[in-house]
Design a protein around this ligand. Structure first.
Ligand SMILES: Cc1cc2nc3c(=O)[nH]c(=O)nc-3n(C[C@H](O)[C@H](O)[C@H](O)COP(=O)(O)OP(=O)(O)OC[C@H]3O[C@@H](n4cnc5c(N)ncnc54)[C@H](O)[C@@H]3O)c2cc1C
Length: 429
């Protein structure tokens, strides 16, 4: 019997998979290419890096993201085991200081007696060990080619985008104001209010600003809607961003005591609150254009941009055709896939699939039955979706209540229904 498992990629999914395996008494070889080589989005040398937003989304269990995290906690998630030590205020959401988050996870992984970390760029899938492939949406090219070869599947790519970050001290707080929508949380966001004329001028510049050129290799097949570049969204209509990321609902400008025409929200980027990101402002505009146009946002006239928005390739496999329900490959069931590469969408979804891939790789090694979570749990529903052979034109899926089977009893009130769905799931755990 093989007594060890190789995990490729120490991102969110790879760390979770390695953690589950190691806690099951299995020796893990965790291979990560950082810092030898970094993708266009990864900047830090630590594992489980959050490459864009620092939010792990809603906390309440009657939200899809909250239920997902609660299920992960109950399965022993390493990512969620550190959040108490690195969370930053973000209203009803769980947001973290990304550096502390990654550092704490890295320490836990590196100090586990069953995990050996190897620094290498993997170019070919191992053929002789049980392996979990968790190299993410920016899987290094040679390995992506090898995966495409083995899976006889096209390598699909599309764009995600990262939002700019500004320093807190450069925001004009005589114009911007602190508040959370509908007074939830403790004034966690900085809000930049527009009147109608300011908004119109900003919108005009945004839709005519110059974008960075795209290489042929990077041409998108599909864009992840949650990471839609702000300038593309703006081109959909005069009010498209005012009803999207710039919606003013639940906010009053203390200077006028009125709801602004539109609002840009900025969320804390680090625990100290010295950096803020522009919520929903993923963009592919050229850097000087970002500076010019985003400085038209009231309160950001003199903003110091410590990071401009960027766009990246995203790779995922055609999981419904390729994966068994335990996340192993149909054509070689010693190889498991996890994370964004396996067709889930989102930080915590990637981590959750890593947990299950780890548990099931351990089960394979020990000759045990795999863990296939029931479809009425959020993780079970998600993985069942990505492994559903009947799905045509597969696109990645994130946690949402729409993928759970309905309750036997009809509940009209949405909040009550979601709570009942959450309770049904958690009873299983
Ligand atoms: C630009 C961008 C922004 C995103 N923004 C968000 C967001 O705001 N919110 C959200 O929920 N989701 C977001 N996502 C989607 C997704 O949640 C993240 O990409 C998430 O990090 C995926 O986790 P993962 O474990 O699958 O991959 P990753 O966290 O990317 O981990 C993969 C690891 O594998 C390593 N690696 C890659 N190739 C090799 C190789 N050949 N050999 C060895 N190591 C290798 C990488 O260095 C990396 O450490 C974003 C994705 C991208 C690309």
């Amino acid at each position: 019997m093989m007594n060890n498992v190789t995990v490729i990629g120490a991102g969110l999914a790879g760390c979770e998979a390695a953690w589950q395996l190691a806690n099951n008494g299995i020796k893990v070889k965790l291979i990560e290419m950082k810092p030898l080589k970094k993708t266009a989005a990864h900047k830090s040398d630590f594992f489980a890096e959050l490459v864009c937003s620092n939010s792990l989304k809603a906390s309440r269990i009657d939200s899809a993201a909250g239920l997902l995290k609660e299920e992960m906690r109950r399965l022993g998630s390493v990512c969620l085991s550190v959040t108490d030590e690195c969370s930053v205020a973000a209203g009803g959401a769980l947001a973290v200081d990304r550096d502390i988050f990654s550092k704490l996870i890295t320490e836990k992984i590196k100090s586990h007696p069953n995990i050996t970390v190897i620094n290498d760029v993997v170019e070919k899938l191992p053929v002789d060990t049980v392996t979990v492939v968790a190299t993410g949406p920016l899987t290094d090219t040679k390995l992506a080619e090898d995966i495409a070869l083995l899976c006889k599947s096209e390598n699909l790519s599309f764009f995600d985008a990262a939002a700019p970050i500004v320093t807190a001290e450069s925001i004009d707080m005589n114009v911007a104001f602190k508040a959370s929508r509908y007074g939830k949380g403790t004034d966690d966001y900085i809000n930049c209010p527009f009147d109608k004329d300011e908004y119109t001028a900003f919108h005009n510049e945004l839709i005519s600003a110059e974008s960075a050129p795209l290489k042929d290799f990077d041409k998108p097949v599909t864009v992840y809607e949650g990471c839609m570049p702000i300038e593309i969204l703006a081109k959909r209509g005069d009010d498209s961003i005012r009803f999207g990321p710039l919606k003013p609902v639940g906010l009053r400008d203390p200077r006028t005591d009125k709801r602004p025409w539109a609002v840009v929200q900025l969320r804390k980027e680090n625990a100290e609150g010295s950096l803020y990101n522009l919520v929903g402002f993923q963009t592919n505009l050229k850097f000087p254009e970002q500076k010019r146009v985003f400085s038209m946002i009231p309160g950001l006239e003199n903003a110091e941009f410590v990071r401009f928005g960027v766009m990246h390739r995203n790779t995922f496999i055609n999981s419904p055709k390729l994966l068994n329900s335990d996340l192993s490959l149909k054509c070689n069931n010693n190889i498991f896939f996890a994370g964004q590469l396996s067709g889930v969408e989102g930080y915590m979804e990637s981590a959750a699939s890593g947990i299950i891939a780890g548990i099931n790789a351990a089960a394979r090694l020990c000759g045990k039955e795999p863990l296939i979570l029931p479809k009425y749990t959020m993780i079970g529903a998600l993985l069942s979706y990505i492994c559903d052979e009947t799905v045509e034109n597969f696109q990645p899926m994130g946690a949402n209540f729409g993928i759970l089977p309905p309750l036997e009893e009809k509940i009209r009130d949405k909040r009550e229904r979601y709570m009942a769905l959450a309770e049904r799931s958690l009873e299983w755990f």
